[in-house]
Design a protein around this ligand. Structure first.
Ligand code: C2E
Ligand code: MG
Ligand code: MG
Ligand code: MG
Length: 276
């Protein structure tokens, strides 16, 4: 009977696996359809100057409201978009909306803000990434220094030389770049020092735990590291006044988080900007 029991367990796992695979297939099918159907929307989260609370820029974050699946979080669809290669289209759909928004403000003579877009490592290392990116931006008459490319620290530093080449090329065209989620996939300091990032984004998991003394020192060390490397330090995921005060006390100058603003649709960004 123990064999039978075992058999039941195996069947259960197989069914689970099949269900998961089926669900991913369904999501991928909807995602492919959703890309054609413009279901992906750019939300912007303000980045603020931590001394004045003034908005100094934005991060664009993809939102997907599928008529079939409902709201799907990036944590759920980004991995599926990455493994299928569709992530390039997701990233570009968001980039286009950012560029259109920037262009509209430019035409209206309104103040322009730098916007960060997330580029998946899968996309970043694609052979035509830089050329496609430059080509896309060039269609909008927007200065490259208003676009910042965020790549996560987890991206394959195995391809260090390639990463350096891509970042240097982007920089030569005037684009800024950030290393996202810094501290999580911590690879090598000597690599970081050689990569021409303009900004280090301190991962939310560190910022959230700054009431812990050790974590406080970790964040302080990252802020100093950034200063030594002549990069900006940006704190992610600031949710409380305590976290905000901790960050100010260690000289972190830029941050973003629900304490200030949540990511919001472009209409709300316009309302916010016209109210200040
Ligand atoms: P990320 O680039 O590190 O983005 C920051 C995430 O933290 C966002 O989650 C944002 O909504 C969330 N966040 C901001 N402030 C707070 C806060 O105070 N508290 C909490 N709990 N969360 C906060 P989101 O939008 O769910 O995105 C998750 C991740 O998905 C992003 O992490 C990024 O890696 C990826 N992602 C989002 N949009 C895109 C995109 O257009 N392209 C690519 N390749 N990846 C994207
Ligand atoms: Mg990011
Ligand atoms: Mg991040
Ligand atoms: Mg992330």
């Amino acid at each position: 009977s123990s064999r039978k029991k075992h058999g039941t367990v195996v069947t259960f796992f197989e069914e689970e696996t099949n269900n998961i695979m089926q669900k991913e297939m369904d999501t991928l099918n909807q995602l492919i359809y959703g890309l054609k159907n413009n279901e992906f929307t750019a939300f912007l989260q303000p980045k603020v100057n931590l001394l004045t609370e003034e908005i100094v820029g934005f991060e664009a974050l993809a939102r997907w409201n599928s008529p079939v699946l409902g709201f799907v979080s990036p944590a759920a669809f980004i991995p599926i978009a990455e493994s299928s290669g569709k992530i390039r289209e997701v990233d570009n759909a968001i980039l286009k909306q950012v560029l259109e928004w920037q262009h509209k403000r430019k035409v209206k003579g309104l103040k322009l803000f730098p916007v960060s877009v997330n580029i998946s490592p899968v996309h970043f290392y694609h052979e035509s990434f830089v050329d496609d990116f430059i080509q896309l931006v060039s269609q909008y008459d927007i200065s490259p220094d208003l676009i910042n490319i965020e790549v996560t620290e987890n991206f394959e530093l195995v391809d260090f030389e390639k990463a350096k080449e891509i970042l240097l090329k982007l920089k030569s065209y005037g684009y800024q770049s950030s290393i996202d989620d810094f501290g999580v996939g911590f690879s090598s300091l000597s690599y970081l020092q050689q990569l021409p990032f303009s900004e280090i984004k301190i991962d939310r998991s560190f910022v959230n735990n700054m009431n812990n003394e050790e974590m406080y020192y970790v964040v302080q060390t990252i802020v100093q590291l950034a200063a030594n490397l002549k990069m900006h330090a940006v704190a992610e995921g600031i949710e409380t006044l305590d976290q905000y005060n901790f960050l100010k006390s260690i000289g972190c100058l830029i941050g973003q988080g629900f304490y200030f603003h949540k990511p919001m649709p472009l209409d709300d960004v316009e309302k916010l900007l016209s109210s200040i």
